[in-house]
Design a protein around this ligand. Structure first.
Ligand code: GDP
Length: 197
C-alpha cells in the first residue's frame, strides 16, 4: 500500500458523527496500551497521527483516519476494565456495539483485534474475539510488540495465542512491531485483500 494521504477526519461518539462518504473501513480494537495508536501511525508512516500513550476520555471515542481518500482506518476505544466502573464499561460496550451494528453490513470490511505477543490473551481478549466473530465480521488477529521477544519465540507465542483464542487453522495471527517495523507488508496485504472484495 502506498499511503499518499492520511488524515484524521473526526472523533466520533455518536453514529451521526461517523463519516458519510461510504468509504470502506478497517477497524482496530484491543486493550488499552496494546499498541493500537502505534500500529495506525506505523501503517500510514506518520509519527503522531494517532496519539500514543493514554489520554483520559479516549475510552469513549472512535477516531476515523482517511487514507488516500479511499478508505478509513478506525480506532475503536481500548478496553481493560481493571480500574473502571461498571457504568464506564457499559458505556464502552455501547459505543463499540453501536459502531459494529451500524457498519457491519456495508462499510466494515475487517476488524483487527490486537493482542500483546508476550502474554496469553486475557479474558477480555477472549470475550472480544468471540463477540466480534458473533457479528460475522472478517477478523484478523495481530500480535503486537514482537520486538520484545526473540525471533525463536515468535512462532511459539503465535501458537499459544491461536490456542487460547480457539482459532481455526485458517485464521491468521500476524506478528507486528511498530518499534522494529515488523509485519507492515503482511498487514497491508490482508487489508488490501479485504478492501478489494
Ligand atoms: P494504545 O493504548 O493501544 O493506543 O497503545 P499505544 O500505541 O499508545 O502504545 C502503548 C505503549 O506501548 C507506548 O509506550 C508505546 O511506545 C508502546 N509500544 C507500542 N507499540 C510498540 C512496539 O511495537 N514495540 C514496543 N517495544 N513498544 C511498543
Amino acid at each position: 500500500m502506498i499511503v499518499k494521504k492520511a488524515e484524521h477526519v473526526i472523533t466520533a461518539v455518536k453514529p451521526n458523527q461517523y463519516p458519510s462518504t461510504g468509504y470502506p473501513e478497517i477497524a482496530f480494537v484491543g486493550r488499552s496500551n496494546v499498541g493500537k495508536s502505534s500500529i495506525i501511525n506505523t501503517l500510514v508512516n506518520r509519527k503522531s497521527l494517532a496519539r500514543v500513550g493514554g489520554t483520559p476520555g479516549k475510552t469513549r471515542q472512535i477516531n476515523f483516519y482517511n487514507v488516500n481518500d479511499t478508505f478509513y482506518l478506525v480506532d475503536l476505544p481500548g478496553y481493560g476494565f481493571a480500574n473502571v466502573s461498571k457504568e464506564m464499561k457499559a458505556s464502552w460496550e455501547n459505543i463499540i456495539e453501536t459502531y459494529l451494528y451500524s457498519r457491519k453490513e456495508n462499510n466494515l470490511k475487517l476488524i483487527v483485534l490486537l493482542v500483546d505477543i508476550r502474554h496469553s490473551p486475557s479474558k477480555d481478549d477472549i470475550t472480544m474475539n468471540q463477540w466480534i466473530r458473533g457479528f460475522g465480521l472478517n477478523t484478523l488477529i495481530i500480535a503486537t510488540k514482537a520486538d520484545k521477544i526473540s525471533k525463536s519465540q515468535i512462532n511459539l507465542r503465535i501458537n499459544d495465542i491461536k490456542k487460547v483464542l480457539q482459532l481455526s487453522n485458517t485464521d491468521k495471527v500476524l506478528p507486528f512491531s511498530s518499534e522494529k517495523r515488523i509485519g507492515i507488508e503482511a498487514v497491508w496485504s490482508e487489508i488490501d485483500e479485504k478492501l478489494r472484495k
